[in-house]
Design a binder for this molecule. Structure first.
Ligand code: FPP
Length: 246
């Protein structure tokens, strides 16, 4: 253990963010530094992701949501997209066994119709096989875009209104939240982005309205438990007022 991890383990549990969201960034640069192809970095990034799930739970985090593939990531080269999908397929092969061993529930957020059939089927099996697990609630954002999430939610509500099931004037913020891919989950308390970029890139814009943001220079494959602990310590020192005065 190290000083940051120790500090978090000794912290009042109420100060630990229940929901941590992470924008995984820097895989490509990590690979480039090693004169390796970008997909080498993505593979290392996927390995880090597996470890971080265990670390997050040990530190007291209940929900972890990661941005693995955005609606914009299809613009990358065919080779890179294919490589990421291969990594995802390999991850999905043992995912049920690993998740059940750790009592972890896995869900995927995002628009699935663009994913290949075998990947979609594996995701459905993983979600069904882990739905009663009460450990870390792990969400993987795949073909996810925050605006797309809101658009689909609004479309659903508009359809209900058109059928006369609800009245437009009765639509509340809660109803919109309940129509998003993250329905039923608490909003993220802490959003982390690695690799020195300071932007949100369309990741859950509705849900992060009151989140604390933590940016670090570490490239995603190098991120570890102690880095996560450091982010949690930063979060614990924030004074969240939600627009009010304390
Ligand atoms: C960001 O780094 C990373 C991605 C867009 C892809 C992340 C994908 C994985 C970790 C694999 C998915 C697998 C599982 C198991 C869910 P970047 O490529 O933008 O890095 P750069 O900014 O340095 O180029």
């Amino acid at each position: 253990m190290s000083i940051y991890t120790d500090e978090v383990m000794n912290m009042d549990r109420e100060l630990i963010p229940a929901h941590v969201a992470i924008i995984l960034d820097g895989n490509g640069r990590w690979a480039k530094k090693r004169h390796m192809p970008r997909n080498f970095g993505h593979k290392a990034g996927a390995d880090t992701l597996e470890t971080i799930c265990d670390d997050a739970w040990e530190l007291g985090v209940k929900y972890l949501t990661v941005y693995a593939f955005s609606t914009e990531n299809w613009k990358r080269s065919v080779e890179e997209v294919k490589g990421i999908m291969t990594i995802l397929r390999n991850y999905l092969i043992n995912a049920i066994e690993r998740a059940n061993k750790n009592n972890m529930r896995v869900r995927v957020i995002g628009e699935r119709s663009r994913l290949d059939d075998d990947i979609r089927t594996a995701i459905e099996r993983l979600e069904a096989a882990t739905e009663n697990n009460t450990g870390l609630q792990f969400n993987i954002a795949l073909n996810y875009g925050g605006r797309d999430d809101v658009t689909r939610a609004v479309r659903g509500l508009a359809e209900k209104a058109a059928r006369g099931e609800i009245r437009p004037e009765d639509i509340t913020e809660q109803m919109i939240s309940d129509s998003l891919d993250t329905a039923g989950m608490p909003d993220p308390d802490l959003l982390i982005r690695t690799s020195g970029e300071i932007r949100i890139s369309n990741f859950m814009p509705w849900q992060i309205s009151y989140s604390e943001f933590y940016f670090c220079d570490t490239l995603w494959p190098d991120f570890n438990k102690d880095e996560l602990a450091k982010a949690i310590i930063y979060y614990a020192k924030r004074d969240r007022r939600y627009g009010g005065v304390k």
